[in-house]
Design a protein around this ligand. Structure first.
Ligand code: URP
Ligand code: ZN
Ligand code: ZN
Length: 463
């Protein structure tokens, strides 16, 4: 099977040129002007952008959490991703208490078996080094293509690890070529504030934000950076929301340390006041770390522009408002933490990042595709358009208007964080490994098409 994408503007992290892209089988074989080749399928991309498929390094599909299970399974979550121009994602495989890592991975592989629409890998989330997985077993995972270790410094009594587990995992990572990822919030201190708020009768969604102040994120971020430095492990801080956390990351990066940070789409658009919406609607915006004071949105735009932060993910962790979020009607601490967003990242960042002049198109590609690929061992197979790369490609119409609404989304969630937002620019076609996955508003591949990707070790290439 061959595909020729004609006459589009091919945008990578480095370049932007009008060109044809020729795909043979699953990979790009040629890029050039007026290519004189025959193809089984020809797509005219005149006036369109031809982008590398976006890569989402932070998702939670079919994950037990907060007393329930996230509403998007692999098929619905990845369908939403494909419609939004995301062709590969890395999901968190959570080690259950008492589970070995092999057992946890078997469960997560089972969730995607026969259900995958796009490609994905797994991060391993280390939660129990006492009764379940061992450091020795952890050390074997990079060879299986699981090359990132995630630790939660929050969610006390559920997912949180102590500093010893964090530090020991970092030491293993420095030996095995894994990247350490942290959810950086001080879970012990948050737990005290949550108990105080509830004892005072403060049960509304806004107390989720008020009990998780930015200083707790800044403290944990700096602690993780310093520990990673001692352990000589590369560190990636997920879902950074505020100046208190951006500053230590920027400082470490300026000093040349192996530290990177990610923020998520929602932190540019949703601020703390959303949690005050009446009739429990504020619960739709309960996720951790919480939405911050609006002033932080400029801090984040500045950080992604200057490379203080190097990636934008979604942290897609979707729940229903009606039936799942409402579990916390009388107690904000029982609202499952997380929000949807897998489908909306590219159009939102294109509209409010690129079209608003905050970042360039090249930088958007870098933040949404190339940097995630490089950091998580997918590059250059994925994250760019080049001869030899997987033909994970999005044909994007920069002039088509779209209003984001729950009625047209592909996530199973019953709300959208950006409801009613109109953007100019939308996905026309999504190709995954040379196969058209989405076109004309229709899904063209069957569940089971997506492949598990064994990722390269940190700093190594995936060819
Ligand atoms: O609230 C969030 N972010 N839920 C998903 C789990 C996590 O902390 O990333
Ligand atoms: Zn988190
Ligand atoms: Zn997350």
């Amino acid at each position: 099977m061959s595909v020729l994408i004609r006459n589009g503007r091919v945008v990578t992290a480095a370049d932007s040129t009008i060109a044809d892209v020729y795909i043979e089988g699953e990979r790009v074989s040629m890029i050039g002007t007026s290519l004189d080749v025959d193809a089984d399928v020809v797509i005219d991309a005149t006036g369109k952008l031809v982008l590398p498929g976006a890569i989402d390094p932070h998702t939670h599909l079919d994950m037990p959490f907060g007393g329930t299970v996230t509403i998007d399974d692999v098929t619905s979550g990845q369908t939403a991703a494909a419609f939004g121009g995301t062709t590969c994602h890395i999901d968190f495989c959570i080690q259950g208490q008492g589970q070995t890592f092999a057992e946890a991975l078997a469960v997560w592989h089972g969730k995607r078996e026969g259900k995958a629409i796009i490609d994905n890998g797994f991060h391993i989330a280390v939660t129990d080094l006492q009764n379940g997985g061992t450091l020795e077993e952890l050390a074997t995972l990079p060879a299986q293509g699981v090359t990132s270790y995630k630790l939660f410094m929050a969610y006390k009594g559920v997912l949180q690890v102590d500093d010893e587990a964090l530090f020991r995992t970092m030491q293993v990572a420095s030996e095995t070529g894994a990247l350490v990822m942290v959810h950086a919030e001080n879970g012990d201190a948050i737990d005290v504030l949550v108990k105080e708020a509830l004892a005072a009768g403060n049960t509304a969604p806004i107390y989720h934000a008020l009990t998780r102040p930015p200083e707790r994120e800044g403290e944990a971020t700096n602690r993780a950076i310093q520990l990673a430095r001692i352990a000589r492990a590369p560190l990636y801080v997920v879902h950074v929301t505020c100046k208190e956390a951006v500053d230590p990351i920027a400082k470490a990066r300026a000093a040349g340390w192996d530290v990177w940070g990610e923020t998520c789409t929602q932190y540019f658009f949703v601020d703390q006041t959303f949690l005050e919406r009446p009739d429990f609607e504020g619960a739709k915006f309960v996720y951790s770390p919480p939405a911050r004071d609006k002033s932080n949105q400029d801090v984040l735009w500045d950080a992604v522009r200057t490379d203080a932060l190097s990636a934008i993910s979604t942290d897609h962790c979707a729940f229903l408002w009606d039936g799942q979020k409402t579990m916390g009607r009388d107690d904000f601490s029982k609202i499952p933490n997380g929000g949807p967003g897998l489908e909306d990242r590219l159009v939102m960042i294109h509209e409010f990042g690129v079209r608003s002049g905050r970042i360039t198109l090249n930088r958007m590609v870098e933040l949404l595709a190339t940097n995630p690929a490089k950091l998580f061992g997918l590059y250059p197979r994925k994250g760019t358009i080049a001869p030899g790369s997987d033909a994970d490609i999005v044909i994007f119409d920069p002039n088509r208007k779209k209003t984001i609404t729950v009625a047209r989304q592909h996530s199973k969630s019953d709300y959208n964080l950006y409801e009613g937002t109109t953007v100019t620019g939308d996905v026309d076609v999504t190709l995954v490994r040379g196969t058209v996955a989405v076109q004309d508003g229709e899904l063209k591949v069957e569940p089971g098409f997506g492949q598990f990707v064994k990722r390269a070790k940190f700093g190594e290439q995936l060819l």
